[in-house]
Every structure is written in C-alpha cells, then in structure tokens.
Design a protein around this ligand. Structure first.
Ligand code: URP
Ligand code: ZN
Ligand code: ZN
Length: 491
C-alpha cells in the first residue's frame, strides 16, 4: 500500500499543475492525473500546494561559541525545522582548534545520533597544515563535498589569504565547493577594542564593529581569487549592497561564484532591532550584522534576478535570558559534562546565552534562531507579498540548494525516484509567529507577533509523516545522513 497525495497543486521549480503523487516506501513512484486510489491511503490535497521538503544549507546545531554552546541540538532543531517545512539541512562540522578534520567530523556525528530529519555536513577548516591538506580528499568518501572557510573571527577561525587560496586550489581539483563567511577579520579586530574602550559596549555597537564595507571587501577578495582559478565558491549569509555588488560583478565575468542570504537579513534593521532600548538588541547580534531597509531591497532584488540562489537561516540559537541555575559545579564533578546533559536532568536550568554580553557586546555569542521561521516568513513576504511565485519559492528553498550541494534529484524536487520529502502547504491557514508556540529551544522569536497566512499542515520525510497539524510524529534516530556528490551544479 502506498500514500496517494490527491488533487493538490503540485509545485516544482519549473512547473505548477493540479495532479496526484504516489509514494511507495520512501520514494515517489508515480506522478500523474487521476491515479487510481485503490489499495492506497489517500490524502486529499485539493486547495493545497504540494511542494518538496525545504532544505536549509546553513545551520549551527550545538555550536560552541565563546563561553557557551548554541541551544538547539539535532533533536530540538530538527523538530522545529520540520514544523516550518524544512526536511533536510546541512550543518557545519568544525575542525577543533589544534585538531583534525576527522576530529571535527566525529564530534558532529556524535551530535547527529539525535537526528529526526535528514542532514549532511560541511567541513570547516580552521587551521590549515600539511596533515589537514592530506585529509581533504578523504572528505569525499564521507559524502562531504563542501569546505567552509572564514575570513573573519580573527584568532579563532580566520585563515590567511595564502591558506584560503590553497584550499580553493585543492577544492577545484577535487570537484568540491568552497563556502566562505566573508568579512575582513583584521579590520574588525582593529575596530572592536576601540569601540569597547570608548564605552560603546551596547549591542548596537556590534554593527559598528562590522560595517558593510568589510563584508564587501572580503567578498570581493574571495570572488576574485575564485575567479582566477575557476574554483566554485559559495558566499554564505550575504547582507548588503557592497557584497552583493562584488558577487554580481564576479558572475558577470563568468566566475563560478554563488551566494545566499538568510531570512533575518530581509526583515531586521540596526536602527529598530539592534538599537532597541535596553539590552533588547542582544537578541539580534549575529555576524555579519543585520543592516538597513535599503539593504533589504537589494536582497529581494538579488534573489529575484538570480544573483543569490538560496535563502538559508544560519540558525544559531542562544537564550536571551540564559545562565539560570547552578550547573558549573555539577559539570566539573561529571568530567566537564555537556550542558545538555544537565538540562535533561533539570529542565529549569539554562546554559549561558546572550547575557554574557551585558556591558560588553564583544563577549556575546553571535547568532539568531530561525530554522522554523524561514519558509513561513518567505512565503508571507515573498509569495503573498508579490515578490516571488510559488515556483520561485520552491527553487530558492528546495531545488537550488539540492543542486548546488550535490543532493539533486534525490532531494529538492518532486519527481519519480526522488525521496518522498513532501509538504502539504495550506495557503489559507493563518498563524501568528511567537516564542510561545514555536518549537525552537530559545526564549524569543525574531519575528514575534508577525501574522502570516500559509504554512505546511502535513510534512513527510521519505514517506514518513513527521508533522500532522500541531502533532509531532518524528522520532530520534529517524533522520538519515545525506551522502553528497562532488562536481555539483554551478547555478
Ligand atoms: O552570528 C553568527 N552568524 N553565528 C554563527 C556562526 C557564523 O558565523 O555563521
Ligand atoms: Zn558565519
Ligand atoms: Zn553560520
């Protein structure tokens, strides 16, 4: 017996039509008109959109940052993702300082034992040496086709230009894609202590320490180096006119360079959010910083004209009011155990969060939650807002990421033979986004009180129902690792 999605408006990146989809086992076996319901469970999809499950290629589950670790793990983050229509994501495994790529991979494989949706890994290189160079080809055997680098976070993750160029050369030879967080870390490292010394310690000064020019400069540098040797490059979390112009210039020159922005960069501003009274702005401290309404317009234009290919989240959730309850003694007694273990014993305990930056923005963990909000917000302000067609929405949220990251057509589309990752999306259902009802493990929502119309009412992963209205049906261990293919498409 299969599951027959009947009479829905099927949306792919290239098409929109009323039809039926038959799922048998974990894959789509038939798409057509009037498929016989005999012997199948029938899901009446009349009046609904039927779309591929969303893909988010930029998330940080349990990311160590400064004196803490981001809240959502593969259990809570995955549940939240699925409620928002995302059924696959790629998280960043990180080479520990002084460690190997294998160490980083092992750390993230351990986290992924809690997986409830499908996931992959990028490999972040934080320290390039001969041993690491020798490890890179082996990543392909692990199904990892993307190498992440930073031009920012000096003294922690930042690599020098020589290392960056060396990584680009090996990536090109191996058919891998280089991903970059592009901000000039040296300039930021100069600006930040001066602001603090001048008493400019509030969250809003985080933006002054990372102005748009340093994002534009680093993007241009990376695009130029990639263009010199034809290395595929993907610039993550782009926020502003300066970096978009650098990417657009490279693409016009025919360089294999692509980019994403994240949901928050369309909606939040320095003036209203980061500069909110009191400590409220802490909720919005992320790198690069949120920008201006002018930049929001630049980003909508860039997704519409194809300069940007994907909208991700950079999901990295920290408590606004964290550090509540005794834990450090317990952790010490238990061999420096994970905060998460203590939180399971005492759910009222909260690991440290944004309050670490009270009186000094430079001590604040950087990042914002959004894995659950991404598709809801972009549907509301993109599709309902008249900026994107439903097909363009699917292209940005599902199909392009699958193509660029070596998962297509297993993921990212509705086709015979594809994984049955399916959303039944009700375009009429109304919902108010709120921390009171979201599933992310965090005590605020960046879009609190926003009214939206349209959300997934049924979410399937490989034919298994994960979400039915408000009900969660996923299970720990239900998510599968996605082995990705090299030489992916350049879009
Ligand atoms: O502020 C951010 N973006 N935190 C997560 C780490 C990163 O730089 O992507
Ligand atoms: Zn980043
Ligand atoms: Zn990130």
């Amino acid at each position: 017996m299969g599951t027959l999605f009947k009479q829905g408006t099927i949306v792919t990146a290239g098409d929109q039509f009323v039809g039926d989809i038959l799922v048998e086992g974990e894959i789509i076996t038939l798409i057509g008109k009037d498929i016989s319901p005999e012997g199948h469970e029938v899901i009446d999809c009349a009046g609904k959109y039927v779309m591929p499950g969303g893909i988010d290629v930029h998330t940080h589950l349990e990311l160590p940052f400064g004196a803490t670790v981001s809240n959502d793990d593969f259990e809570t983050g995955h549940k939240a993702a699925a409620f928002g229509g995302t059924t696959s994501h790629i998280d960043f495994a990180i080479q520990p300082i002084g460690g190997t790529l294998a160490d980083g991979l092992a750390n993230w494989q351990k986290r992924a034992r809690l997986a409830q949706i499908d996931y992959g890994f990028h490999m972040t290189i934080t320290d390039l040496n001969e041993d690491v160079m020798a490890e890179i080809p082996g990543m392909l055997d692990e199904g990892i086709t993307t190498l992440k680098v930073f031009t920012a976070y000096k003294g922690v993750y930042q690599l020098d230009d020589g290392s960056l160029f060396r990584i680009m050369n090996v990536a090109k030879d191996l058919g891998m894609l280089v991903m970059v967080h592009a901000e000039n870390g040296d300039v930021e490292a100069y600006l930040k202590p001066r602001l603090i010394a001048e008493g400019k310690t509030d969250p809003v000064y985080h933006a002054a320490s990372r102005p748009p020019e340093i994002e534009g400069e680093a993007t241009n540098r990376m695009v130029t180096m990639a263009g010199m040797i034809d290395c595929p490059l993907y610039v993550v979390h782009m926020t502003c006119e300066q970096s978009i112009e650098a990417l657009r210039r490279g693409r016009k020159l025919g360089y294999p360079v692509m980019g994403e922005t994240c949901v928050q960069y369309f909606f939040l501003t320095v003036d209203e959010h980061l500069g909110a009274p009191g400590f409220e702005g802490a909720k919005y401290v992320a790198s690069p910083p949120i920008r201006s309404k002018h930049d929001h317009g630049i980003l909508w234009q860039a997704v519409q004209d194809g300069t940007l290919q994907h909208i991700s989240t950079d999901h990295c959730s920290f408590w606004y009011e964290g550090g509540i309850g005794p834990c450090e003694d317990w952790r010490a007694e238990h061999g420096n155990a994970d905060w998460a273990d203590f939180e399971r014993l005492d759910p009222s305990y909260r690991r440290p969060g944004k309050e670490l930056g009270l009186g000094d923005f430079s001590k604040m963990p950087n990042g914002m939650p959004g894995i659950e909000d991404r598709m809801l917000m972009i549907w509301e302000f993109g599709v309902n807002g008249g900026r994107l067609s439903p097909s363009k929405f699917v292209e940005l949220m599902c199909t392009n990421p699958a193509k660029m990251f070596g998962m297509y057509p297993k993921k990212g589309t509705l086709a015979v033979g594809s994984d049955a990752d399916i959303l039944v999306w009700d375009p009429t259902v109304e919902h108010v986004i709120s921390a009171d009802t979201h599933h992310m493990k965090v005590d605020y929502n960046c879009y609190e009180g926003t009214r939206i119309t349209g959300k997934p009412i049924l979410v399937y992963q490989r034919g298994n129902k994960l979400v039915d209205g408000d009900e969660w049906l996923g299970k720990i261990g239900g998510g599968q690792y996605i082995r990705r293919k090299p030489n992916a498409e350049i879009l």
